[in-house]
Design a protein around this ligand. Sequence first.
Ligand SMILES: [Zn+2]
Length: 279
Amino acid sequence: MDENKEKKNQPAGNPLLFPILLLFAIYVAVGYVMHTEAVPGTETPPPQPPQTEQPVQTAAPVKRSTNGTRSIYLTFDDGPCENTPRVLDTLDRYGAKATFFTVGMYVDRYPETTKEIVRRGNLIACHTYTHDYEKCYASADAFIAETEKWKRSVQKTCGGVPPRLCVRFPGGSTTKYAADVRDDIIAQLNASGYRWFDWNAGDNDKWPKGNTKGLSDTEYFMQSYKECMGWFEDTPDVPVVFLFHDTEEGSVDILPDVLQDLINRGYNFRLLDEHPDWG
Ligand SMILES: [Zn+2]
């Protein structure tokens, strides 16, 4: 009893303490929100979905008003190869353009096709010289050396390289093979004035594991394509960077249907040197 009495008689504490704590808590909370909102920097590439060995995914759609300027950046990786001329013909037929992330050693092997990519108004872009993960991801310097070697091949073949050099990591930037050197590579690419691009849509032409219903390649690629495009129905202002491989014949086969469908959906075809990420 005495103890209770003693407690009762103790001062209730500084009457200002609670409001001060409350103000502090509000300050911390507001600071946190402002900080987290400020994180997506202007210097970093847009959010990228998972890549290797996973189906393409994207963030939850944000509804925005349609302004009739939907943009799609078609990209073809790993060539040039014997399929590339058919890709070029199909693009021409539909009035479309694409960015070709080429491998330097194949630029050397298919110089005429490489020149044709550029001659027809498409953008040639860097997908390293060898596409060999062990070589490309041995160190950031090794990756940059691969990029420089690619530039020399394209310079020799085409007589120049694009002023805005777009780079794509073999396997995508989130591949586990690049994990140890990824940040250093990005720092060096940025320092060189290059931009790197992953993708936020694709036809899963390198992800056969997703074909669980026994569809043919073309059925599965087309189904994957349509599923992806559905994600962007309500986000007309989000630029779609779509991944194909010209080395995958099934992707070349579905290209006419894909292009017609994109035209029907009101998309403009753009090259990655026009991407907002260039600022
Ligand atoms: Zn590749």
